[in-house]
Design a protein around this ligand. Sequence first.
Ligand SMILES: Cc1cc2nc3c(=O)[nH]c(=O)nc-3n(C[C@H](O)[C@H](O)[C@H](O)COP(=O)(O)OP(=O)(O)OC[C@H]3O[C@@H](n4cnc5c(N)ncnc54)[C@H](O)[C@@H]3O)c2cc1C
Length: 455
Amino acid sequence: MTELAAKYDVLVIGAGGAGMTAALQAEELGAQVAVLEKEDQVGGNTSRASSGMNAAETMVQLDHGVIDSMANFYWETMKGGGRLNDPQLLNFFVHHANLAIDWLTQHGMPLTGLTITGGMSRQRTHRPSSTAPVGGYLVKGLRQQLAEHGIPVFTKTKVTALSSKLVAGRHFVDGVTVQTAAGERQIQASVVVLATGGFGANAALISRLRPDLAGYATTNQEGAQGDGLKLGEMVGAASRDLSWIQVHPTVQQDGPHAYLIAEAVRGEGAILVNAAGRRFVNELTTRRVVSNAITALPEHSAYLIFDAGVRSRARAIDFYDQVGLVETAAKPGDLAKKIGLPAARVEKTVDHWNQQVAADRDQDFGRQSLAHALTQAPYYAIHVAPAVHYTMGGLHIDPQTRVLDANGNVIAGLLAAGEVTGGLHGNNRIGGNSIAETVVFGRQAGIQAVKDLRK
Ligand SMILES: Cc1cc2nc3c(=O)[nH]c(=O)nc-3n(C[C@H](O)[C@H](O)[C@H](O)COP(=O)(O)OP(=O)(O)OC[C@H]3O[C@@H](n4cnc5c(N)ncnc54)[C@H](O)[C@@H]3O)c2cc1C
């Protein structure tokens, strides 16, 4: 077993999508790299990602006959984010997302399938051709690449502090303190990359920042505690937009665990109905609008209704069924009876929806993605309600992933990528943009780390 050395060129904190991408990119450019992960396994929230990864003007889109533009990708993300996105980060992001898809292909992780997420007008959410959840696929592929490149990953190794030299009042980061089963240790590094993810599982911090979200369930893994924010603070890093916390509209939370029901299920044709058996919202508008519409219902929850066609196009549903989240029946009316909704009304709702799909016009709520009618038995239902899902705020970075202090100065030796950073998504993240963020800015952190080493 590889032992933790006393010094590395680059230390990456966090073995999610952003961290593993940064490590691989830096090593390929010649750096000696190690990854430190506090949990007993790699993957973080990345391993839970289910729908896909957004990018525009890709070869994959052209292969599917989809004509897209980076300008639309930019403006739709900006609109979805309440026009509060950092324009520089967003510009870098949309212009590098297609390269990120190519980079994944080069590294044995092609994403040749396409779907659509809320707030986007085109099929630009790339996913495995099998339609399997994107997160597990990428985590497996990245972990394998790290092993092939001999990049050590130390699990159960929690970074508890950053060390730095103070020169003329400014921090120069030069290493970390880690806590392992063997005790505490200092490790030196020329560059430290914070890729510690968000704080969606830190209920105390969330209720302090957003009292209205106290008591909400979360879709996040336990490790999403916001450690990166505290580590950054120790060396003067500025944070931004911390109270912008995304609530995901479709989370099954009737049992002890909260399961996110992927946006791809709606993207592939599912509708949402209320307790009266009626549609009540454009299912594919932004998450904020759909969540608010569900919360505004007297029952504060809704049912996703879909058919065998949707299930065949979104394989994550097989998993939801395995863990008992899905109700099944031969006809929409029978399904309604099973879940306690008015049967005749649900039959009418599905018929009416199918007529609108045939006419290619949703007169009721203006949904634009009308590719699939719900006509293939059996029919399925999943009970959903909103839950905390994603933290848009985080450390302040520039497009090169350099962490900034409160005066906008670069903190030497410190980079950050992924959900630990803030600014890209404005006040509402578009589904599929976060996995893209981890690969785009993870790669950039690896490149910037080596650029800094070569200075
Ligand atoms: C259920 C679910 C579904 C999603 N689906 C999608 C989707 O389809 N498309 C999309 O774009 N986005 C999706 N997202 C969002 C996306 O998955 C995440 O935002 C993204 O993967 C975050 O990647 P990351 O590398 O920044 O952080 P993570 O993947 O969370 O990795 C951070 C890692 O850092 C480790 N860490 C934290 N603190 C320390 C420390 N002090 N020391 C050492 N290690 C530490 C954590 O344990 C973790 O392993 C989904 C999120 C969830 C929860």
